[in-house]
Design a binder for this molecule. Sequence first.
Ligand code: ATP
Length: 905
Amino acid sequence: MPEQQSQTNRWHARQADEALRELETSNTGLTHEQVQERLYRYGPNRLDEAKPASVLQRLMRHLNNVLLYVLIAAALVTALMGHWVDTFVILAVVVLNVAIGFVQEGKAEKALQAIRHLLAPHAVVLRDGRQQDIDAAELVPGDVVLLASGDSLPADVRLLQARNLRIDEAALTGESVPVDKQVEAVADDAPIGDRVCMGYAGTLVTQGQARAVVVATGAATEIGRIGRMLESVEQGTTPLLRKMEEFGRVLTMVILATSAILFLFGTLIRGMGAGEMFIAAVGLAVAAIPEGLPAIMTITLAIGVQRMATRNAVIRRLPAVETLGSVTVICSDKTGTLTRNEMTVQEVICAGQSLVVEGAGYAPQGALVFEGVAIEPVALLERSVAFLGLMEAAALCNDASLHETDQMWTLAGDPTEGALLTLAMKAGLSPASLKVDRPRLDVIPFESEHRFMATLHTTDGGSEVLVKGAPERILSMCSHQLMADGEELALEPARWHAHVEAQAQAGRRVLALARRRLPNGKDMLGHEDVASELTLLGLVAIIDPPREEAIRAVAQCGAAGIRVVMITGDHGVTASAIARQLGMGDDVKAITGPELEQMDEAAMRQAVAEARVFARASPEHKLRLVRALQANGEVVAMTGDGVNDAPALKQADVGVAMGMKGTEAAKQAGSIVLADDNFASIAHAVEEGRTVYDNLRKTVTFLLPINGGESLSLLLAVLLGIALPITPVQVLWVNMVSSVALAMVLAFEPTEADVMQRPPRRPDEPMLSRFVIWRIFFVSALFLAGIFGMYQWMLSQGATVEAARTVAVNTLVCMEVFYLFSVRYLKSPSFTLEGVKGTPRVLMAVFGVFALQLLFTYAPFMQSLFASEALPLSTGIFVVLAGVAVLVILEIEKMLLRRLGLGPS
Ligand code: ATP
């Protein structure tokens, strides 16, 4: 049993070093042994899940259903009338129904549970003096964590160092304006909102960076103490399921009213016995209500969510599953999503000189080719001071690190920076020893808004600031350029811009590097220090090739009527070149962020109608773009990773957050999280979304006509005043056993071949479309004809009512089986090799149903329960023929509708 953590320590009123002492830790974090011991002592950093409903509560929930009330009432009445067999069957059905709902709910819940695990938050800690990325559940008091903008706080922390830190504490205090944080202690009695030196679990860093020590984990955190669960996957339903539930409720009421009218009609007008008529009315209700539908729809959705997760798209909000099927525009980031994010420097340009860099990946192997020949690094750096200065800046103005294990080089940090480290190492420099020689005094971290990063270092006799970033940004800060011989001449902007343009044309990302000497004694860096008077060292050109699978996915989206739009922080020309390589068009002209800023609402709507590439765009532009696209009637999926992307992700119809490089803020705002950050996974999610919708529609189209056929048969019998062709308990058998078993198959149906060749579904398209309604009526009529026809035909052959009913039930089930084969392909022909072969699941269900029907017909105990009778085998041939007839007629119908262009959309 984990020990209770102290809750009386007033961490906010203590100074940082005092807190470290108290927690028996240091600025560089805990050791492995300390962590193990504390993990054992305090338990994992996890909040108890909301208590799951008890078995009894869950059972009661499933019993709370109008149909079951009807059945229980029917069981009572049949018992009063002494029809014990009926009572027994009806009660068995009640139990079965509750059990099926129960098990299915468990399955759906399990699917979601597995996904919740995928979304577990991470934390960056210092342990054993090393920076590590760990599962937030493994945090213990005393751990030192590093926080950056976009992170969700993994535990309650006392800040040790903070730079421009702002935290959104709405989750805890309800205050929506982010709070400025600092490390100084506050008054002992300060309320939570004023404890500016603290950070609380579940709140979000919106800006800045910090180092902090964990003071409370799990249930001991503030959020744990107020017992609020932070949901990682939203429970619930989707608009479509809600509509169907509503439809189901109305349908049930109509059916109950019809049954009541039928009862009155039979007893008062036809003069039939009340008992007999009651059974008929119950039979009608049971026949007409699609009992299995809600459960099967829920499970179809859960299966879809599970399938998406296996294809790297994790659903956080269920309605997204549906919306995905209607997406018309996907706005995607470029770097890492459409491209591989494996950056390699290919060329370095200094004033008047250029260097080709060979090799690929992060391994520091590859020749430097200068003036057409490979050159030794030492010789190169000796010949050109500019190259030396640039390489040093590349290594120092850098937060990434490279590690070699078994001759494999892996990167920790930003790929752009990794490429620069590799470059410096190819030039023979050692970034690690450079960092020791010229320690960093301060940093302005890279943020997409500024598009540069700057670091301040000591250098002989003073300090020097090194800057790297987007070339147009850096060029605007520079006044001079460094020449090969060390001379500093006035900057020639036009020449540099021409170089940038030429590199970008080839799809390369260009970064500029610059430096500036600062007065002695300077140890803090402000934006004003880098705003002007910089000396340009040169440019580096980096390739980041498109992902192969993204090229395929872009083409697939095109065929599926979905426009892919690239929104990137990169240079317009680079972005256009990459778009071309991705097959987004040969002449894609990028619209840039500054151009967007000039546009008003109307101009923006016009611009987004056709455009494929937006470059140098920042997160605010994303929000405006989504709005403009939506105003044009588009259904928009939008990707994002940064904290500032959150509003755009929320605004989009489907917000897609990056699982690997995305911040916690983006993940919380998104309705989908991509486990592999890959564009192709969005296309897969759309495909699965469309499949889910197809399967839901197939389920509805399959089940409703069966209920329709059964109830019409019973109605017709009562209206004609003849014996029922199928008794109520037999209807229950069909609905609860065969129909459910067969319909369940549809939840698992694989994707149809043409799913990504159709245009997106209109979001307002009703599930019960004209086609589905037509199918319900048409197939109901076919079922009515089959049931009634076979029943009457058997009677005319001199069979007993029991035998005729057994034939009617078997015909109904057989027609269901053949109808299942038809429904699996709503639009395309079912008479194909694949269609006839079915899937193992289909065959298993059909075989199972066949075996059950044999039992129903021939097993003595079933005969006594359901009043069925053994049939001669020859009758079976006619039963099968009736089923085949349904399939053939529906194939002809499909063909005719296709010819007339009236099929389902
Ligand atoms: P996306 O395509 O996903 O929007 P991006 O990487 O192209 O991502 P940003 O990360 O916003 O966009 O980068 C914008 C520009 O800032 C880049 O084109 C590059 O010039 C510059 N840049 C990127 N990373 C760094 C960095 N670590 N330090 C300095 N400048 C950088």
